[in-house]
Design a protein around this ligand. Sequence first.
Ligand code: NDP
Length: 476
Amino acid sequence: PSATIGVTGLAVMGRNLARNLARNGHTVALHNRTHARTESLVAEHGDEGTFVPSERLEDFVASIEQPRAIIVMVKAGAPTDAVIDELVPLLDEGDIIVDCGNAHYADTRRREQQLSDKGIHFVGCGVSGGEEGALNGPSIMPGGSRHAWDRLGPIFRSIAAEVDGEPCCVHVGPDGAGHFVKMVHNGIEYADMQLIAEAYDLLREGLGATPAEIADIFRTWNEGDLESFLIEITAVVLAQEDADTGTPFVDVVVDQAEQKGTGRWTVQSALDLGVPITGIAEATFARALSSHAEQRGPARDAFGTETGELDASDRDEYIENVRLALYASKVVAYAQGFDQIKAGSVEYDWDVDPGAMAMIWRGGCIIRARFLDRIHDAYTDDPDLPSLLVAPYFADAVRNGLDAWRQVVSQASLAGIPVPAFASSLSYFDGLRRERLPAALIQGLRDNFGAHTYRRIDRDGMFHIEWAGDALQHDA
Ligand code: NDP
């Protein structure tokens, strides 16, 4: 056996990951269900490094050094299980299967459990950065055992993106931790994009500016606190002209956003964990709303599409207010995402270091951004930080943007322009800092209709009032 690592599943992601490995000096065993893919990879890129192609899975497995490390990069779901089932009889104790596909962390936990009973190490590994990242340096989020990390760590760190000389890859934690963190990463990506979209809408509506002019604003924003890959490509997409019509590209695109499901997974998990990730949830629902054409049409017919005026008489001030609102809302979305990572880590006993996650998201992945350094610093300064919002740097950013944030959200509501992510982030912020929440009334109602009991502010214990309605309920 001569290969240091194997890759099975050579569609676009597996192919690029294998090339990245080979380019970085690793000898890579190759396999794909349909052998033609393996052949075309070797034919087109065989000169980029050392590949050991096999047509049969048995030969592929035999070509890898023990303990074997095998990356599975096939369609998520049943195909991943099918490939694992084929591999297992061919493996020895101590061998490692790495699922780099977009698996749900619960599936990863199940697979890890099943394989660990057989002495095989299963690593669920999040890979972000799409095709381009897989080839040139992704952000890599591996879960799984220490044993597996010892074998994989040096290899993965050699192919990951690098920022300030630091590879964007650390061991996230046991079993499903890597896929969980990747899932939350994708959820944050949803929130980031929704916030950017709302900012664009407000700029366009308020300023009457063209997409190309708004591209310039985003380009300027990308030189400050907001500097990030998504802001950068927003400028590119807004500046794009449609070749057929000569109109702005964004205006010829159907306004219905799609989703592959990781945002939904993030929200479902947050509901289970009881973590209010309102930014990510609003972003996920906003995509869903956009795609309900059968409701949008009748609603337009019933209510009309007019919007009111946004006061942008001071152009620079208006732009700055939108920027500050975007930044404050973004801080909220990240604070919520990190809360979810912390809650998942406690629930599943993963001991995830949130600051380290911020570090490995600085490069390679879609949400790479300057301010992740600040998140890393915040968790390094205080590992028990109750919320990112109260870390000194972010608290200042929010305080500084608060008036603008309120202006933008209230103007948008008055004008009838939807800003679900901006508005819910602001409400979340106000909810956290409110002296007393009306949740007290909800407890009262619950005690009334369901004898759910309530706690008092002045005494310990659980209390219940014999409401007049109790007798009725007992009769019913
Ligand atoms: P696809 O998800 O399109 O999967 C195609 C690959 O799966 C092919 O190699 C195919 O083999 C193989 N496959 C499907 N069913 C089976 C089966 N039953 N047994 C054996 N092999 C099977 O490929 P991608 O490269 O787009 O993605 C791979 C994984 O990476 C997915 O889990 C995806 O979610 C994840 N991912 C993708 C990203 C992206 O940007 N595309 C980004 C990050 C993660 P064959 O050639 O024989 O059909």
